[in-house]
Design a protein around this ligand. Structure first.
Ligand code: PRP
Ligand code: URA
Length: 209
């Protein structure tokens, strides 16, 4: 079973409370989602392998460490997952970025896939799939299916807020994928929105409502 990590770091929790606030505007919302994504990425990547190296400082040789690989791929689920990419790239600028287009049909709540473009060597990379909202889990499950069908194996899922129903569904469909979120909320409402959640993440990020 994939593990669920809910980050309780004070900075993440503080920023998440502003993100949730209905009075937070588009610009601040976008900035804070990026900041929280960067803080979360720090934790999500904390077990990356290192190898020893030697660096000449102005004073002497120092025994140091650099990343040994695998290289990283960030794969946002369009559109709202895009909001989490920049923060991760600020931390790990060598990461490649794939894109997966999935939207949730508002009537059936079923995921509809419309786009997929991943790095060629996706099977060799550590993959972080991003989507701020894990509601029914359908979009994340479909996106991870896409990635696995193209050879991706080493996959982690990073979101901002999840509903218990979504976590359960994702863990059942993809027991090899660890899930990282900043908040685990109470339930879904009749429209499939997370309660209390933050509303529609895509609309709040891109100002489409
Ligand atoms: C939202 C959100 C997730 C999905 C979560 O996307 O960004 O991708 O819903 O719901 P689920 O877990 O029930 O699948 P939406 O379909 O609104 O598309 P958008 O990102 O283009 O706004
Ligand atoms: N998608 C969102 O953007 N918000 C929700 O609460 C659920 C799905």
């Amino acid at each position: 079973m994939g593990e669920l990590f809910v980050f309780d770091h004070p900075l993440i929790q503080h920023k998440l409370s502003i993100i949730r606030d209905v009075n937070t505007g588009c610009k601040e919302f976008r900035e804070l989602v990026n900041e929280v994504s960067m803080l979360m990425a720090y934790e999500v990547t904390k077990d990356m392998a290192l190898e020893a190296c030697e660096v000449q400082t102005p004073v002497a040789k120092a025994k140091c460490y650099h990343l040994a690989g695998p290289q990283l791929a960030v794969v946002p689920i369009l559109r709202a997952g895009l909001g989490m990419v920049e923060g991760i790239l600020d931390l790990i600028p060598t990461a490649r970025v794939g894109h997966i287009g999935v939207y949730r049909d508002p009537e059936t709540l079923q995921p509809v896939e419309y786009y997929c473009k991943l790095p060629n060597d996706i099977e060799e990379r550590l993959i972080i799939v991003t989507d701020p909202m894990l509601a029914t889990g359908g979009s994340a499950i479909a996106a991870i299916n896409f990635i696995k069908a193209r050879g991706g194996k080493n996959i982690r899922l990073m979101g901002l807020i999840a509903a218990p129903e979504g976590i359960e569904a994702i863990q059942k469909a993809h027991p090899d994928v660890n899930i990282y979120v900043a908040g685990l909320d109470s339930h879904l409402n009749d429209h499939g929105y997370i309660v209390p959640g933050l509303g529609d993440a895509g609309d709040r990020l891109f100002g489409t409502k």
